[in-house]
Design a protein around this ligand. Structure first.
Ligand code: ADP
Length: 292
């Protein structure tokens, strides 16, 4: 009959609509689940040192009241646990601040070579405690980067700090700075990329290499997730929060850069940050000239 094909068409349309709706719900559910997991993880990470603190306070006010030796030992542990909570809260605050302005582009112009030198100076003592030497290679004549100085400092601080923590004693951590092509804009079409490139100086690459245990391939895709650790007990013992690389990834994204990780178990790891250079001042001026 003439009505049948029309009815079939209608059924097809309804099916397609239903599929699209399901996809949307899945995405929303997944992001809700991730948020819930994050809050649960953060609470758990805070609760553990907090219970330790409460336990020691009770002991110090009760059974260990007059035991001077115990008091000193317990206070040292309490200080360590309070430090852990404080690092965690600082990292959580950093993450939420970075998330808030993730979709705005940073405006300052940064000399990354200088910034890396000051991070190295800050971490040299910590490296020396593990008999590790931090060596910086290259960095002369790098283009400036359009970036937030505090955030980029945090990136290299986290990467070099990890290299010191997870590197073997008595080895070198090598930081290499070099010119590179600008990283491809995430999700950009060929046309947009071509339009953007003439205003940009080529980019830079900064890599941090350690001689440590390395990371098995299976862990690499999840390494920048919040609270993801290869060995949670070891990370905690070294003072880690499990948030460092998540912070690095968010900041690098905000700077339209790329983070890549190369690692070989038993040998060590290289974390590379690839950032676009800032606009050339002369071209900025010319653009302004054209507009006025
Ligand atoms: P953490 O505070 O635990 O160091 P990060 O987010 O900085 O947290 O790193 C996540 C995990 O990635 C670490 O717990 C560790 O297992 C692994 N990792 C990070 N950097 C290195 C490295 N240079 N060598 C080996 N493993 C690393």
């Amino acid at each position: 009959t003439p009505f049948q094909p029309a009815a079939e068409d209608g059924a097809d349309e309804r099916e397609i609509t239903a599929i699209i709706t399901l996809h949307d719900i899945t995405a929303i559910k997944r992001s809700e689940q991730m948020r819930a997991d994050f809050v649960a993880n953060a609470s758990h990470e805070l609760r553990t040192p907090l219970s330790t603190l409460v336990g020691f306070i009770e002991t110090l006010r009760g059974p260990a009241r007059d035991d001077a030796d115990a008091r000193d030992r317990f206070l040292a542990i309490m200080q360590e646990q309070a430090g852990r909570m404080s690092r965690l809260v600082m990292d959580l605050l950093s993450l939420s601040r970075i998330e808030l302005d993730e979709h705005t582009h940073p405006t300052g112009e940064t000399n990354v070579a200088q910034l890396v030198q000051s991070v190295v100076a800050m971490l040299e003592l910590k490296a020396a405690a593990r008999k590790i030497t931090i060596k910086v290679q290259g960095g002369e004549d790098l283009p400036r980067v359009q970036g937030d100085e505090d955030q980029l400092t945090q990136v290299f601080q986290n990467l070099i700090d990890n290299a010191i923590k997870y590197g073997r004693e008595q080895t070198d951590v090598v930081v290499t700075l070099e010119r590179a092509d600008a990283p491809p804009a995430p999700g950009a079409t060929g046309i947009r990329a071509r339009q953007a490139s003439p205003q940009k100086v080529a980019g830079i690459k900064v890599s941090v290499t350690d001689k440590g245990d390395g990371i098995a391939r299976t862990h690499l895709p999840r390494l920048t997730e919040r609270f993801y650790r290869v060995d949670a007990a070891r990370s905690r013992a070294l003072g880690g929060t499990g948030l460092g690389l998540a912070i690095v990834k968010h900041i690098v994204n905000r700077h339209r850069g790329r983070l890549t990780i190369d690692s070989e178990v038993g040998k060590g790891s290289t974390f590379t940050v690839h950032l676009p250079g800032a606009e050339k001042p002369s071209e900025k001026a010319r653009e302004k000239g054209e507009k006025s």
